[in-house]
Design a protein around this ligand. Structure first.
Ligand code: PTR
Ligand code: PTR
Length: 314
């Protein structure tokens, strides 16, 4: 449907109808197996026992030990973008013991950008291991990799760091952009839709800058390697982020939106994506905010929407 249509329907049916729509999506049972995630040797690699990782779309690490079927497992799935296969890797926040696997995945998949939408500790609980150094000059050694923090740029809602990832054995190095969004509580929605949209634009920009540095290495794939996206479980906030990216690309390309279809598609690749009704509603509001900023909707149309959006549009 068109953006105007969407806004009209949200206004008419209200937020409660969106919540109901989300519950319908959520009630559908997972359609796939979780065999690798349930292997005894892999259980300690899952952050949450109730959030498992599909087999059919999982990212397999290189099988380093042919006798160990568990050594290719990491809690991560490929997720398609808008007209782009495997645009993202959605993954859980690394555990202390899976940090080496995480960096190995980044290296093997040749990813350039890591998006993190959780903080390391929230409400006194560990949500993600400190797998990179937060200060300039910090170094982290993980398995066969070394990670050095070269630059850190902090603003109120996010922190962007330039990391140097070195494969110790060959001394090959790669520049990685680490993009930490701090203004997003777990189980919740970002404090500011505007700031998140701005962040999303920066993610795309970083990916294309880093890609340009590589010359024609990715010639056949103009948008490059998968962007690694994670929160704590890698489903709620990660799913919301991917939904918005996909919906915005589609809106730019065709002028139409399909939030429900997008969420269903993402959930078919990364089970349980988008965790809260609020996050589903937020996708609608943020998309309306985006359309407003692009002159696709009028302020009057926006003013008719439920209040979430007005708080952000100053
Ligand atoms: N078992 C956890 C829970 O207690 O809810 C699973 C979980 C944790 C699910 C965090 C989603 C979470 O949010 P996010 O995917 O945004 O990190
Ligand atoms: N602790 C999580 C929660 O209660 O939200 C665990 C969980 C994760 C529960 C996923 C259900 C999940 O699947 P679905 O999103 O399909 O309900």
């Amino acid at each position: 449907v068109s953006m105007e249509h969407l806004v009209e329907s949200v206004r008419e049916r209200g937020v409660a109808a969106l919540m109901t729509e989300y519950m319908e999506i959520k009630q559908r049972p997972p359609d796939g197996t979780f065999t690798a995630a349930k292997l005894k040797a892999n259980l300690p690699k899952n952050r949450y026992t109730d959030v498992l990782c599909y087999d059919h779309s999982r990212v397999c690490l290189e099988q380093l030990d042919p006798n160990d079927p568990s050594c290719d497992y990491i809690h991560a799935n490929y997720v398609d973008g808008y007209k782009q296969k495997n645009a993202f890797i959605s993954t859980q926040g690394p555990l202390p013991k899976t940090i080496p696997d995480f960096w190995r995945m980044v290296w093997e998949q040749q990813s350039l950008v890591i998006v993190m939408t959780t903080r390391v500790v929230e409400r006194g609980r560990n949500k993600c291991a400190q797998y990179w150094g937060p200060e300039i000059g910090d170094q982290v050694t993980a398995g066969g990799y070394n990670v050095t923090t070269l630059e850190v740029d902090r603003s109120s809602e996010y922190t962007i760091s330039k990391l140097l990832l070195t494969k110790t054995k060959t001394e090959e190095t790669r520049e990685i952009c680490h993009m930490l969004y701090t203004g997003w509580p777990d189980y919740g929605v970002p404090r500011s839709a505007k700031a998140l949209l701005q962040f999303l634009g920066l993610v795309r920009q970083q990916q294309s800058n880093l890609l340009a540095n590589l010359g024609d290495a990715w010639a056949g794939h103009p948008r490059g390697p998968p962007i690694v996206v994670h929160c704590s479980a890698g489903i709620g906030r990660t799913g919301t982020f991917c939904t918005l990216d996909i919906c915005i690309s589609r809106l730019e390309d065709t002028g139409s939106v399909d939030i429900r279809g997008t969420v269903e598609k993402i959930r078919s690749q990364r089970a349980f994506s988008i965790q809260m009704p609020d996050q589903y509603v937020f996708c609608h509001m943020a998309l309306a905010e985006y359309a407003l900023s692009r002159g696709m909707l009028s302020p009057q149309q926006i003013a008719m929407l439920p209040p979430t959006i007005e708080e952000d549009s100053d």
